[in-house]
Design a protein. Structure first.
Length: 535
């Protein structure tokens, strides 16, 4: 098969199949993926359509295996232990699914699935990744080896006026993987002109309909007379007429390999060729004229012949197809069981977490006590000793930067002198308290003016600007601009924050401002702070 002559949908299908199998090989070095032999993504996702969005999200998390177990979380969060909270074993998905006693009631709901686990790959029983269907290459080879019978005719053209009723049949028009297609051409008064199985990997009703028309054209295009082709496919009729009138090229249509042959025959044709649209799958009782009854009769015969042809396959093909379909049926059922099991485990976890949250919420205390020591106001003393020195700015620092720098120096002196104790204060706390001390509490970047709807000052960008001012001011004063770190997990900021030993009396206020801004979702990166803040 030459991919250059294949349709776009077929090329995409083959490339995706190769990509999925190649990617499965690349991740075999990962834990739980060592036995992944290719991946049938279609079957893996076969149960997704029956899930709610929230359920699908849980299943997707289980498939990639990230941030589900304590062992995974412990790699990114030092507060997490890698042990199971219920039995103390290493907390992995395999442990939760197969051995942890906490989930025994869930396993008891799926006896058929649990009984099959010993014979199933871990990549499926843990991550629901279905291995590649080993029958797929054999099926594709068999489909490509199908004989082309579009030039095998039961009789030659005879009368000066020829009529050909064409039709196609497809066993599963919805699924391109489960579909098998055939076609047939019937000549009124003479019987079946030709019929055959659709050749090639791409099996669908559209190609079957076009192939039947191609067969009719091959039979009568050099006939001295007229050839009338009847088809119940509106799309096929429209494209055929567009080729005849020169309104389009075969390259404009899907399945251009077939339309290219039709276009060539039309250019070489001696016969006067006309294509007609006939009603599809109509009933005899709906016919209102002899012509309609005649069209219904022979279109029905073509449809019946195509259907019979589709059901009659060589024995070798039946064996391959039966193995192919058996694999798909068995694994689709396993996917349904495994997905249902994982959702049951997730719901079991949610119930346990909710009960833990209720207990934790009772113990939660917003009034976090920091350890401090008597304040020596060293920062204020040093800045006051430089009162006679003018801050030297560079030419790139605008008036806003210079004004804020002076305001920040005066504010730090006042804060440090007034506080009875000093401690390690994070730059985040210093920023929020400095900003709320300014008129309007507007972003520093706005220059003390309320931002418009088109301004996009975020907490992160404004804090970054503040750090530039802070760093410049302390370097000018020959002071360390940070000399430690502080933990802000009580306001759901997980990473340690750069801090400075400073006189401070705003613990409760700064904590509330940060907690109201952050919310309940833990902050692990600065990206989580990239949203507007107006205290």
């Amino acid at each position: 098969m030459i991919l250059q002559a294949a349709s776009d949908s077929l090329v995409r299908r083959i490339l995706l199949w190769a990509h999925h199998n190649s990617f499965a090989t690349q991740i075999q070095h990962r834990e739980d993926f060592g036995d992944l032999d290719g991946c049938d993504v279609e079957i893996t996702q076969s149960a997704d359509g029956d899930l709610l969005p929230s359920e699908l999200e849980l299943v997707q998390i289980a498939r990639d295996g990230a941030f589900v177990t304590n062992k995974q979380r412990s790699k990114f969060d030092a507060r997490k232990r890698a042990r199971c909270l219920h039995c103390g074993s290493s907390d992995t998905l395999e442990h939760r699914y197969k051995t942890c006693p906490h989930y025994s009631p869930v396993r008891q709901q799926f006896p058929e699935l649990v009984a099959q686990w010993p014979s199933l790959p871990d990549s499926f029983s843990i991550h629901v990744l279905v291995p590649a269907n080993p029958w797929t290459p054999l099926v594709w080879e068999a489909l490509l080896a199908i004989e082309d019978t579009t030039d095998k005719f039961s009789f030659p053209p005879g009368n000066s006026v020829l009529h050909c009723f064409t039709d196609g049949s497809c066993s599963d028009p919805v699924s391109c993987t489960d579909a098998l297609a055939s076609w047939a051409v019937v000549v009124p008064g003479q019987g079946t002109l030709a019929c055959g199985h659709l050749q090639g990997i791409q099996q669908n009703i559209a190609r079957a309909e076009i192939t039947a028309v191609l067969c009719s054209l091959k039979w009568g295009y050099r006939h001295w007379g007229s050839l009338h082709i009847w088809s119940d496919s509106q799309n096929t009729v429209d494209h055929f007429r567009e080729l005849q009138t020169g309104c389009a090229s075969y390259e404009d249509f899907e399945h251009s390999d077939l339309w290219k042959q039709i276009s060539f025959l039309l250019q070489k044709a001696i016969a006067t060729i006309t294509i007609h649209k006939v009603a599809a799958h109509d009933s005899e009782s709906s016919c209102t004229s002899p012509l309609e009854e005649w069209c219904w009769r022979y279109n029905s015969l073509a449809d019946k012949q195509a259907g019979i042809t589709n059901m009659q396959r060589p024995l070798y093909f039946e064996r391959i197809w039966r193995g192919f379909q058996s694999f798909r049926t068995i694994w689709k059922q396993r996917v349904k069981w495994q997905v249902a099991f994982q959702l049951a485990v997730a719901n079991w976890d949610v119930e346990a977490v909710e009960s833990e949250v209720e207990v934790d919420s009772e113990k939660e205390n917003d009034n976090v006590q920091f350890s401090g020591e008597p304040n020596e106001a060293l920062i204020a003393f040093h800045f006051r000793s430089l009162a006679s020195h003018q801050i030297v700015f560079s030419g790139s620092q605008n008036s806003l930067f210079r004004s804020l720098c002076v305001q920040l120096r005066d504010w730090v002196i006042a804060v440090d002198e007034e506080a009875p104790t000093m401690r390690q204060v994070s730059l985040l706390e210093i920023y929020v308290m400095f900003r709320v001390s300014l008129p309007g509490r507007f972003p520093l970047l706005s220059g003390g003016v309320q931002p418009s709807l088109f301004d996009s000052y975020t907490f992160a960008s404004d804090f970054s600007f503040f750090k530039k001012i802070w760093r410049f001011l302390f370097r000018w004063a020959h002071l360390e601009w940070t000399n430690g770190t502080v933990n802000l997990q009580h306001v759901h900021i997980l990473n340690p924050q750069a801090s400075l030993l400073l006189g401070w009396s705003f613990d409760a206020t700064a904590c509330k401002l940060l907690k109201d801004f952050v919310g309940n979702r833990p902050v692990q990166t600065s990206q989580a702070l990239a949203k507007p803040w107006q205290p």
